[in-house]
Design a protein around this ligand. Sequence first.
Ligand SMILES: Nc1nc2nc(S)n(CCO)c2c(=O)[nH]1
Length: 160
Amino acid sequence: MSLIKAYIALGSNIEPTVDYLTKARKLLGDYDEIEIVEASRLYLTEPVGYTDQAAFLNQVVMIETALSAHVLLQAIQTIEQQLGRKRDIRWGPRTIDLDILLYDEEHIVTDDLVVPHPRMTERAFVLVPLSDIATDINIPETGLTVKQAVAKLTKDELND
Ligand SMILES: Nc1nc2nc(S)n(CCO)c2c(=O)[nH]1
C-alpha cells in the first residue's frame, strides 16, 4: 500500500513546552507505521479562543503513514495521554495537543474525527508553521492552497 502524507499540528503551553514537543515527535516516530518526514520551525504564539492562559509553542509536522486516519487518531490520543494531557478544562492549558490537520486530500466527517481540521484556515498558529513545509498543497473543501489560506487570513486580519 502506498504511504499517505498527513499533517499533524503540535501545541503546548505548559513548561517545558519545548520538551513536550520534542517528546511528542519522538513518540510519534516510535510507531513503526509513522515516519516524520518534515517538521516546521517552532512558533511562540498568543493563545486564541481561551486567551487567559500562557502563550503556546506550536509546530506542524508532515508524516508518511500506512495507518488509517482513525488509527492515527488513536495513536495521537495515546501520545497525549502519555504526556499527561488532562482534558479537564476544554480550552485550558495543556502539556501537549496533537491535531490531525490533513490526511492526504481526504475529507473525513465522523463524530470523533473531522479532516481537514475544521478551524485550521482561521488559525495563524496552524497555517504559518504549515506553510513552512507545504505551501502548494490543497486544503480539501476550502478551494484554497495553504499559501492562499495564509494570504486570505492575513488580508482578513488586516481588514478587521
Ligand atoms: N496560539 C494558540 N492558541 C490556542 N488555543 C487553543 S485552544 N489551542 C490548542 C490547539 O487547539 C491553541 C494553540 O495551539 N495555539
